[in-house]
Design a binder for this molecule. Sequence first.
Ligand SMILES: [Zn+2]
Length: 496
Amino acid sequence: MASLRVHDPPEAMRIFTACLGTETNTFAPMPTGRRLFEETCFIEGGTKGKPPSLFAQPMVVAREEAEKRGWQAVEGLCAFATPAGITVRKVYEELRDRILGELKAAMPVNMVMMSLHGAMVADGYDDCEGDLLTRIRAMVGPKVAVGAELDLHCHLTNAMVAACDVIVTFKEYPHTDVKERAHELFCILADRVEGKVKPRMALFDCRMLGIYHPTREPIKSFVEEIKALEGKNGVLSVSFGHGFPWGDVPDASSRILVVTDNRPEDAKALAERLGRKLYAMRETTQPPYLSIGQALDRAIASNVAPIVLADCSDNSGGGAASDSTYFLAEILRRGGPPTAIGWFWDPGAVDLAFEAGEGAKLRLRLGGKVSALSGQPLDLDVTVVGLKRAMTQPFGGGIGHLGDAAALRTGEVDIVVNRKRTQVFSPNPFEAFGIDLARKKLVVVKSMQHFHAGYAPIAKDILYVATPGTVSPDFHSLPYRKLARPIWPLDPAPLG
Ligand SMILES: [Zn+2]
């Protein structure tokens, strides 16, 4: 065999890496099409020198780690869309087939490392990642190391596990550990390539729907326990896939995934032990949510200000329209205490405000347009107090785009309306319009948890509010059809 001749240089290892993802809210009415990928993150020809983006980071880590070892890295497409409704079938198939074509052109490879979300649903595909990974495995064969890094808001499926050697999910929310997890995944895959380990995975389904904050108990200690298990007794990695409760697919549930070095029985036993532990404490895991009425009673009666109220169910980061009016309508009904509220995604209202110009007074129909869960539009007498083109806000070390935006005032209530659907990450846009949040009683943000870093420093208190909406934390209110039952909290004790 020519390759064994002593004078041949050792053949360089070769890896392939790419990204395809979004987090699909199957209850959201806005389709996820090609433009949404192009507007959010669409990197061709490699990530080197490109602006930072969360889901591109695993590709960057894969390239840098490969280069450190003198291996070749081939980067395919990096495409990610901000969460919305079901992905258009031909858009998913085009992006998938493009990545598969790039992989084929890169072969032979020793390793494939993918950055995926894990909750992408397309028309005709309830498990896009399982579909993509299965096709990758079929193409490269059983000897190549295949792995994926997923957001923790993923549906971990048997198809994904069957296709991969290793899957690693984020552990933190807000997602601050993307690079760390990428490094962990790369190292296990590299050890597999070099024959140092034989990863074996096991999955346990906790039969739970939930929102879990690793920043607070009891989830904080649970995640610490998981971390402490890694690197000992043959345990290579443990992931807690929270699930994404607004994706109505059979596999939407919280799951534990354990990867061991060639100890399949140990992996199974540990995944079940951890899964049953989470299940046993299920009633204490959820953040405390208030109704709009409860939240306003408490905030208005408080003798400190401002109180920050999270309009969790209209969080565009979970696929909501960000144009719901329930909160604003109730604030106005209560006489409109000094309030700042945003960002309303209403391109039509933005156009009318720009047409009227700064200082203009007009009667404007606001919000309540996109979703059946957006509430009724509000007809308001407003003053246009500010207009800005291409507005931005800081986000995760990068920049988030609001597009053209207007500040509207009715009484003592200031409303920011914008053109590009995005959740509230930072107070900067309010401040850029000269809205002094310190002088407001209420600051209402359309966001579930990512607002926290920017608003905690100015908030005298933070209340999480379960408004009606597309990302409602009240799972009983959602019209599930495909979700496998029984599942907690819809069914009280699915595991007995
Ligand atoms: Zn997430």
